[in-house]
Structure formats: structure tokens, C-alpha cells
Design a protein around this ligand. Structure first.
Ligand code: AMP
Ligand code: ZN
Length: 139
């Protein structure tokens, strides 16, 4: 197991810090977020330490996301949310506060349930063809 000293989520995986576990297998651990945005707010993490999406290889990403539908369906069955948002924050600028990759599963209930993405669009501001070719050259 690749662990990182002083990483709170590595300590949770190792059982050194308590957590409300919802799922575990060889590669993945899932537990309730200590600060529940909505009822059932869950974090899904790889057991092997990786800082965030930039430092994650294909195989680990595949294993991690492969478990998300199962856990999302368990949340749906448990609490009957009317939807679910899946969120992953990378780097401080994007709201990452724990630097061990994690996926937030945020069950949704209604407009006032505590989670409201601020989604403002800028249709005319960007040249899509130009951007897509730039991105392609960096893949
Ligand atoms: P992020 O801001 O995307 O890095 O999310 C980190 C999340 O980890 C926050 O929602 C915290 O509430 C959660 N968190 C931090 N420490 C613990 C802990 N010991 N047990 C469960 N969740 C935690
Ligand atoms: Zn870690």
C-alpha cells in the first residue's frame, strides 16, 4: 500500500483514524464525509495515496470510478434521494482541502438541500474549435 505520512485519508484507510465506512475492497475505501452537505454525503477514495486527478494513472482511475455506480445505487436505495451529484476537487483553487484523491457523492433531495452548484455559462466568450485543437495537442 502506498501511504503518505501526515495524510488524514491514508490514516483512515489504515484504521488509525475512525470513519463511518460504507464500502471497502482491495483497492477502494468509501466513508461518510464528516461534514455532511446532504444526507448520505460519501467520499470514495483509492487506498493507494495519490494527491489528486493530475497524479492518477489510468488503472487507478478505472478502479476508483468503477465502484461509484454501486455506491450511488446503495445511497439511492438507503435514503431515496431524487438525484445525486458527483464531484471531485483538484488543487486548492478548486476547493481541494485534503490532498488524497477523493470523489464526493452528494445525494440530492430538493432545491434547499444544501448543495447548489453555481453554474454560470459564457457561450460567446470562447472559441470551441480553437480550444479543442489546443487540448488535443496536449493529450
Ligand atoms: P475537499 O474539500 O474536496 O478536499 O474535501 C475534503 C472533505 O473531507 C471535506 O468535505 C471534509 O469534510 C472531509 N473530511 C475531512 N476530514 C475527514 C474525516 N476525518 N472523516 C471524514 N471526512 C473528512
Ligand atoms: Zn493519502
Amino acid at each position: 500500500m502506498e501511504t503518505h505520512e501526515d495524510c488524514i485519508f491514508c490514516k483512515i484507510v489504515a484504521g488509525d483514524i475512525p470513519s463511518a465506512k460504507v464500502y471497502e475492497d482491495e483497492d477502494v475505501y468509501a466513508f461518510l464525509d464528516i461534514s455532511q452537505v446532504t444526507k448520505g454525503h460519501t467520499l470514495v477514495i483509492p487506498k493507494n495515496h495519490t494527491k489528486n486527478i493530475y497524479e492518477t494513472d489510468d488503472a487507478l482511475a478505472a478502479k476508483l470510478f468503477a465502484r461509484v455506480p454501486k455506491i450511488a445505487n446503495a445511497l439511492k436505495e438507503s435514503f431515496q434521494p431524487t438525484g445525486i451529484n458527483i464531484l471531485n476537487n483538484n488543487e486548492e483553487a478548486a476547493g481541494q482541502s485534503v490532498f488524497h484523491l477523493h470523489i464526493h457523492l452528494i445525494p440530492r433531495y430538493d432545491e434547499t438541500d444544501g448543495f447548489k452548484p453555481n453554474w454560470i455559462t459564457h457561450e460567446d466568450k470562447y472559441d470551441l474549435a480553437d480550444m479543442s485543437s489546443t487540448i488535443s495537442t496536449n493529450l
